[in-house]
Design a protein around this ligand. Structure first.
Ligand SMILES: [Zn+2]
Length: 180
C-alpha cells in the first residue's frame, strides 16, 4: 500500500464544485425523504493543489443496506467502483461523503468512530465529508468551517474532516452556494 506523498496536515480548505455540491445535497434530501430516513453515502473525486482539496465530482453509492444512521457496504465492490470511476473521470479518489439525518430533534456534524474507518482498501482517502440535514424555518447561520445551505424546508450543513491525525475540520467552500 502506498501513502500519498504529501503532508496531510498542510491542507487548508476544501472547495466543492457546484456539480459535486448538487449531488451531495440531492443525496441528503432523498435519504431524508424516504420512510424512516436513510443514511446516504457517496464517493468524492478531484485533486489537491496548493494545499487546497478540490472536489470536482461526487457520485452517490448504493449501500447494500441503509439505516437511519448507518450503512453496510461491501468493501470489495466499493473499492472496484472507486477504481473504475477514478479512471473514467481521470480524477483522484479523495474520500467519501455520508449523511447525518436529524433524529429526534438532534443532529451532529461530528465524525463518529465508525466514520473514521476507511471503506476503501488500497486507496487512501484524504477527507470525509459529513452532510447534516434537518428541517427548520430559522435563518441560515454562517460559519467559518461549515458550508451552510438553505433548500426549503431543509437546512444542510456540509463539514469536511481530514482523515489524518486528530481528524481536524477543514473549512468548506462552494462558489455561490453559501449565500443564504
Ligand atoms: Zn457519520
Amino acid at each position: 500500500m502506498q501513502r500519498i506523498g504529501i503532508i496531510l496536515n498542510s491542507f487548508s480548505k476544501v472547495i466543492l464544485s457546484k456539480k459535486a455540491k448538487d449531488v451531495i445535497v440531492k443525496a441528503a434530501k432523498i435519504g431524508f425523504e424516504v420512510r424512516y430516513k436513510e443514511e446516504r453515502i457517496g464517493i468524492l473525486f478531484g485533486y489537491v493543489q496548493r494545499k487546497v482539496v478540490y472536489v470536482k465530482r461526487a457520485t452517490p453509492y448504493k449501500a447494500s443496506i441503509a439505516f437511519r444512521t448507518c450503512v453496510e457496504v461491501d468493501k470489495n465492490i466499493f473499492t472496484a467502483r472507486v477504481k473504475r470511476l477514478q479512471s473514467k473521470y481521470k480524477l483522484r479518489y479523495l474520500g467519501n461523503f455520508h449523511t447525518h439525518n436529524q433524529v429526534a430533534n438532534s443532529i451532529s456534524s461530528a465524525l463518529s468512530s465508525e466514520d473514521k474507518k476507511p471503506i476503501c482498501e488500497n486507496s487512501f482517502p484524504v477527507i470525509e465529508i459529513v452532510v447534516c440535514i434537518w428541517t427548520s424555518n430559522s435563518p441560515v447561520q454562517q460559519s467559518q468551517y461549515y458550508l451552510q445551505i438553505r433548500d426549503e424546508p431543509y437546512r444542510i450543513r456540509i463539514a469536511a474532516y481530514l482523515l489524518s491525525g486528530a481528524f481536524p475540520i477543514l473549512p468548506v467552500f462552494c462558489k455561490g452556494a453559501d449565500d443564504a
